[in-house]
Design a protein around this ligand. Structure first.
Ligand code: BDR
Ligand code: CA
Length: 310
């Protein structure tokens, strides 16, 4: 089987952690590197969380830490969603490997340029690292096949009524990425709010047992309670959608739009503004995922968690 070379740029984060666990379980994907951004928590915390999760699942990819803050703005974190550590809930052992002594942008450039096949980028946090990469080394775009990202939303936001967290944190970076002319698959809130893990799905993980299913159940306990308190029916597994689409695109329905990033709006900074006029002639730059076969998605994830126990 021809594997899809991917690089995951993340800010773990409960759902980022689960996205990593999914990506490393699937034989369709060849994870060439992992880079980390500030977002859900400071870069020190997201880096430590990435190392802990990867160590726990026995994976040691080339790893590097990226920008400590958004391009122009002060860093906004999501401590109420992910806790003070950025990954509250399970107590994970200390990591057993280290990041490379280079900034994320250098690891991204080197990995993209040295991979014979065009690479797929999978950003699941603010887009700061990717924007710096495209600005510093625009030549890398020639060897990027597509960007499958979690961010934005056609209908509405979560951090504000207009903006989703990842795009809200660094709208100027998102603007650079959405104008990159590379194919973008946007797993936004339209689909991720349907990619729910329900209470019974978490119970199923406990019934299955084993190190990784139990780790995921413990991650989800924390993440689930936050969302239940916000009147969600379950825990929306945002970031795994960006990975799951690459593995099983048939689980998703999608539509193409031209999407601009609002960088200046008083109430709308970070909004992913889609041109929904049916008569519009704007060129689509985004494939927006809109719906998911929830049962198929949950099954894909559970099978991935189980595969670590074999
Ligand atoms: C996004 O924000 C973060 O809290 C999650 O990890 C996800 O990437 C959802 O808005
Ligand atoms: Ca994330």
């Amino acid at each position: 089987m021809k594997k899809i070379p991917v690089i995951i740029d993340c800010d773990p984060g409960h759902d980022d952690a689960i996205a990593l666990i999914l990506a490393f379980a699937r034989e369709e994907l060849d994870v060439k590197a992992v880079t980390v951004s500030a977002g859900n928590q400071s870069i020190e915390k997201t880096l430590l969380n990435a190392k802990k999760v990867l160590s726990f699942i026995g994976k040691h990819p080339p790893l590097a830490a990226g920008a400590t803050k958004p391009l122009f703005r002060k860093l906004e974190t999501a401590a109420e969603v992910h806790g003070e550590s950025g990954l509250d809930g399970p107590s994970l052992p200390a990591p057993d490997f280290s990041e490379e002594p280079v900034p994320a942008v250098e690891l991204l450039r080197k990995t993209i340029m040295e991979t014979p096949e065009p690479v797929t980028l999978v950003p699941t946090g603010p887009l700061t690292n990717i924007a710096i990469l495209f600005t510093a080394y625009p030549e890398v775009k020639k060897n990027i096949r597509q960007i499958s990202l979690m961010g934005g939303g056609i209908e509405a936001g979560n951090w504000t009524s207009a903006a989703e967290f990842n795009i809200f944190v660094d709208p100027e970076a998102a603007d650079i990425v959405f104008k990159s002319e590379l194919p973008i698959i946007m797993a936004g809130l339209d689909v991720t709010h349907k990619a729910l893990f329900l209470r019974e799905d978490i119970a199923e993980l406990r019934r299955i047992g084993g190190r990784v299913p139990i780790l995921v159940a413990e991650l989800l306990d924390f993440f689930f309670e936050y969302h239940i308190a916000q009147d969600f029916a379950g825990a929306p597994l945002h970031d795994p959608c960006a990975v799951a689409y690459l593995v099983k695109p048939e689980l998703f329905s999608a539509r193409q739009y031209h999407v601009d990033i609002e960088t200046r709006g008083e109430h709308t900074a970070g909004m992913t503004l889609a041109d929904r006029r049916h008569w519009s002639k704007t060129k689509p730059n985004v494939t927006a995922l809109l719906d998911v076969d929830r049962a198929g998605f949950v099954n894909l994830l559970i099978e991935a968690f189980k595969s670590y126990e074999k």
